[in-house]
Design a binder for this molecule. Structure first.
Ligand SMILES: [Ca+2]
Length: 399
């Protein structure tokens, strides 16, 4: 659910920082602050003492946290890894296996079964890799040995609350290196806010009890605005002459307004008749597939703030439910860009006055807007998507 460690590990990685010398005294004084806050939130002293006894920072966690992907993610590669035929087939099989439970949960929470299966598939490949780190040690290490003390300090407090309220041992509370736990990879703060005991045995067990894991995920999704009705996203076909600058997450229109512009479902059918706000995106540029994003897409983004992540959940859910595959393939030359290349693009776009932020090597919305401005100036399709050709052109234009 949070930084998606599995994908970080799949990507080619480079260690940008080496683990700092682990200063045991700093670590202990940091734990002291967390202890005070945990006590203030009602965690018994005995629980904290037992959890913190002999606790040391995990050097492996610091090392993994320091790694950064060397290349940007492309739509084609990301979706290709996340939505495989095997994962679709297993999702369909799990949907059958848990059918009655999933129907009950849908009635209660309004979250369609295929979405729970898609999250489960993307997060842990249906429970196959939930992580073997001590979640408490991971979040305490990240709180005390990295710059994100506020975020992970709270996660550590919440992990202590779970230990106190859920009668677990720190050994039982396993997670990813970044502290995401169980079948759905809940962070401790997600657990304390949304996790529920569905099977009624008095404990919330998102590791071993599927009723608890599914209902907790459904409760979270409902809580962040997931509604029955429209799916999260659908592939669409844009009409000839569609203004490409409208294909941007900042451009929101009622579904019927897109339909009036001639946007159709990928199979050729009409879009749903709806006034719900929606956006169009071109995740692989104008030569790749187009998607319309409905309000449930924002709920999925609450789970993980990555457009490609949310798109992978939407596509996987649709196919688990027997819906169509994505028809338009990504352009074959849509290659990942090295961070150095993105820094180079950003620097050149800054010289043109199109980009004013820090050259951070990340392909974010501001970089895409700047790319769009260059494309417009150069008379190229202004989809905000940098291709190798466009990069070469920029490099010739700005020296
Ligand atoms: Ca339970």
């Amino acid at each position: 659910m949070f930084p998606s460690p599995k994908l970080v590990l799949l990507a080619a990685t480079t260690a940008l920082v080496t683990a700092p010398a682990l200063a045991q005294s700093d670590f202990q004084s940091c734990l002291q602050n967390i202890r005070s806050e945990a006590a203030r939130q009602g965690v018994p002293t005995a629980t904290i003492d037992s959890a913190f006894r002999g606790l040391t920072p995990d050097a492996k966690v610091i090392d993994l946290d320091g790694r950064q992907p060397e290349f940007s993610q492309t739509y084609g590669r990301y979706i290709g890894n996340a939505v495989t035929p095997d994962r679709i087939a297993r999702g369909q099989q799990k949907l059958q296996q848990y059918r009655s439970l999933l129907r009950e949960i849908e009635r209660e929470y309004g979250v369609a079964p295929q979405y729970l299966m898609a999250f489960w598939g993307v997060e842990t490949n249906y429970g196959s890799f939930m992580g073997d780190f001590s979640a408490l040690r991971s979040v305490a290490t990240l709180a005390c040995m990295t710059k994100r003390q506020a975020f992970f300090g709270n996660e550590t407090v919440q992990a202590l609350r779970i230990l106190a309220n859920n009668h677990m041992t720190t050994q039982q509370m396993k997670g990813s290196w970044a502290g995401a736990m169980g079948n759905m990879q809940f962070m401790p703060s997600t657990f304390t806010k949304w996790a529920v005991d569905r099977d009624g045995n008095g404990r919330i067990d998102i590791w071993n009890s599927m009723p608890d894991a599914f209902a907790s995920a459904a409760n979270f999704l409902r809580g962040v605005g997931f509604k029955p009705g429209l799916p999260a996203a659908e592939e669409v076909i844009l009409p000839q002459g569609f203004p490409l600058d409208q294909a941007d997450t900042t451009v929101e229109k009622p579904v019927r307004a897109w339909a009036a512009m001639g946007v159709k479902r990928a199979g050729g059918g009409a879009l749903p008749t709806s006034d719900e706000p929606s956006q169009i995106i071109l995740p692989a540029g104008w030569r790749g597939p187009a998607f319309i994003l409905y309000p449930n897409f924002k709920a999925v983004m609450n789970w993980n703030r990555s457009t490609l992540y949310a798109l992978s959940v939407a596509i996987l859910a649709q196919q688990i439910a027997g819906g169509p595959t994505v028809m338009q393939s990504a352009p074959a030359d849509d290659a990942p860009l090295a961070r150095d290349t993105i820094v180079d693009i950003q620097t050149r776009l800054a010289k043109l006055g199109f980009y004013t932020d820090e050259a951070d090597g990340l392909l974010g919305p501001k970089t895409r807007s700047a790319v769009r401005l260059f494309q417009k100036q150069a008379g190229l399709p202004a989809d905000g998507h940098p291709t190798p050709d466009m990069v070469a052109r920029l490099q010739r234009t700005v020296r």
